[in-house]
Write a new protein. Structure first.
Length: 313
């Protein structure tokens, strides 16, 4: 059974520096790097490296950035059939500032990602209908996102929505989602509850579930996550990791989570393993350069015993 990831592809122009510049400030002495990214591509590559049969639908521009991304996706064994091109738009580009503490600040020029309409997905709908799982993010047009959500709900296809970058979602949209995976900021956008710890995360998760979502996993960075359903709440903890670069950690989590679901793991198995992959990724610079293989993640998971969970309801 296959996984469809639908979303963005970008080329990340990354600057590593002592601290992220304030408005009007120039920081000299940065180290630069060009790395493949985009939340959709990060999650597709993550799920593929985790072992999933991943089909990634994305749209590039007819330019050098797009050409290099196509070569990259071929190396990652993502089928060329689903890589679309918009000749009238440039490929997406992201400028990323990373501090020596591992913090990041990101600006994105959507380019061809912004013209990925639902109509362009129509040739693939018969295949998507047979998929075991669909994974989407919010770096493509919101109209496309809404139509994917409605299509998956109508066809009873399991759908993971990673609501990043943060957007407000109505109850009419939320009630059609099988699983949503916001971080602290995205949870606050969805609920108006400030998420700072497990307790506040559970309050936010319960509110999201009350609006009709079947599963809500709120990721909390170094504090792990919470998983809320109508009947149960779980807290997941992670060991302390020396973070070098947190870029794409959430995408790694979502890609590995999707693969775990495809493999019919319980979420109490899939979530800790996804945390291990995300934790390992923050020890390496870059977006897709930091995505670990399944073998690397297994070894890391076995070595670090701090990936635990507790049912609290």
């Amino acid at each position: 059974m296959s996984l469809f990831v639908i979303g963005s592809s970008n080329t990340d122009l990354v600057l590593y520096m002592k601290h992220i510049p304030k408005i009007g400030e120039t920081v000299v002495g940065a180290e630069s790097s060009v790395i493949f990214g985009g939340k959709g591509a990060n999650q597709a590559v993550s799920s593929r490296r985790a072992g999933a049969d991943t089909k990634f639908i994305t749209q590039l521009g007819n330019d050098s950035f797009g050409d290099e991304l196509k070569k990259h996706f071929k190396k990652e064994n993502l089928p060329e059939k689903y890589i679309l091109t918009d000749s009238s738009k440039p490929s997406g580009v992201a400028h990323i500032f990373v501090s020596e503490k591992g913090e990041n600040s990101i600006a994105v020029a959507s380019g061809s990602n912004g013209s990925l309409t639902f109509k362009k997905l129509e040739p693939f709908l018969s295949e998507i209908e047979k998929a075991k799982l669909v994974l989407i993010q919010f770096e493509i047009p919101f109209d496309t996102i809404k139509k994917i959500i409605n299509f998956c709900n109508h066809k009873k296809i399991k759908l993971i929505v990673n609501p990043a970058p943060a957007l407000e979602l109505s109850e009419n949209i939320l009630k059609n989602i099988w699983m949503i995976t916001p971080n602290e900021n995205e949870s606050e956008m969805l609920t108006n509850i400030k998420v700072t710890d497990h307790k506040s995360a559970i309050l936010a998760g319960e509110k999201i579930v009350s609006k009709g979502v079947q599963n809500c996993i709120i990721t909390l960075g170094e504090n792990g996550s919470v998983w809320c359903t109508k009947n149960s709440n779980y807290i997941f903890k992670v060991p302390k990791i020396n973070a070098i670069d947190t870029t794409a950690a959430g995408d790694v989590f979502n890609g590995y989570l999707a693969q775990g679901i495809i493999d019919d793991l319980s979420l109490t198995q899939a979530i800790p393993f996804s945390h291990a992959a995300a934790s390992l990724s923050v020890t390496v610079k870059g977006a897709q350069t930091s995505i670990p293989s399944k073998e690397e993640t297994i070894a890391f998971f076995k070595k670090n015993k701090g990936f635990t969970f507790k049912k609290i309801k």
